[in-house]
Design a protein around this ligand. Structure first.
Ligand code: MG
Length: 203
């Protein structure tokens, strides 16, 4: 399986960076070795001093497809979960400054903790899914899919023009504002519509 992540997909996040709303989705990938499951601890990597959390809704792909039309895209995922797109912000800044790819800042081992998934049928409105991150009991990010620039269906249609989606692939759909640094001994809890689906410690 592979993990595909959408960059800057929330209006407030784009605004706070003084960026125009992107015309096309931006995406990058993490390998399967980035996946961290079952609420296992995240070990703070040695190569960074500024690892940030980005809380994101995650789609689970349930059939293979390429060149998927937007109007059929909803048939290609049947579960939604929550995950953290851990980012070594200092390393990323260095890569960006040099015009290099960001993989070492985004795709490292354990950089994609993912919690339990809920069936899509659980959600009355996919365009209004509330999600939240608490660190050490304090709310740090609070978002809704209503604020996404590109919808789930648009994201799937776009990615599949370039890359075949396969059963079991995960798509991280972007983070709302409020990203920030983490440190060892932090306790993460992530929720969708008030339901806790992910919980882990940083070691
Ligand atoms: Mg992200």
């Amino acid at each position: 399986m592979k993990i595909i992540c959408i960059g800057r997909n929330y209006i407030e996040h784009a605004k706070e960076l003084n960026n125009p709303v992107p015309k096309k989705p931006v995406f990058f990938m993490k390998p399967d070795t980035a996946l961290l499951q079952k609420n296992n601890p995240f070990f703070y990597p040695e190569f960074s001093k500024d690892v940030h959390y980005e809380t994101e809704l995650v789609l689970k792909i349930n059939r293979n497809g390429r060149h998927i039309e937007e109007r059929f895209a909803n048939k290609y995922f049947d579960e939604i979960g929550i995950g953290i797109d851990f980012t070594a912000r200092d390393v990323q800044a260095e890569c960006k400054a040099k015009g290099l790819p960001w993989e070492i800042a985004k795709a490292f081992d354990q950089s994609a903790p993912v919690g339990k998934f809920l069936p899509k049928t659980h959600f009355p409105d996919l365009k209004n899914i509330q999600f939240m991150l608490k660190v050490n009991g304090e709310v740090r990010q609070n978002g809704t899919s209503a604020d996404m620039i590109f919808t789930f269906d648009q994201i799937i249609a776009y990615i599949s023009q370039f890359i075949t989606l396969k059963t079991g692939d995960l798509i991280f759909t972007g983070t709302p504002e409020g990203v920030g640094p983490t440190s060892t001994n932090d306790h993460f809890e992530a929720f969708i519509n008030g339901k806790k689906l992910l919980e882990f410690n940083v070691k």
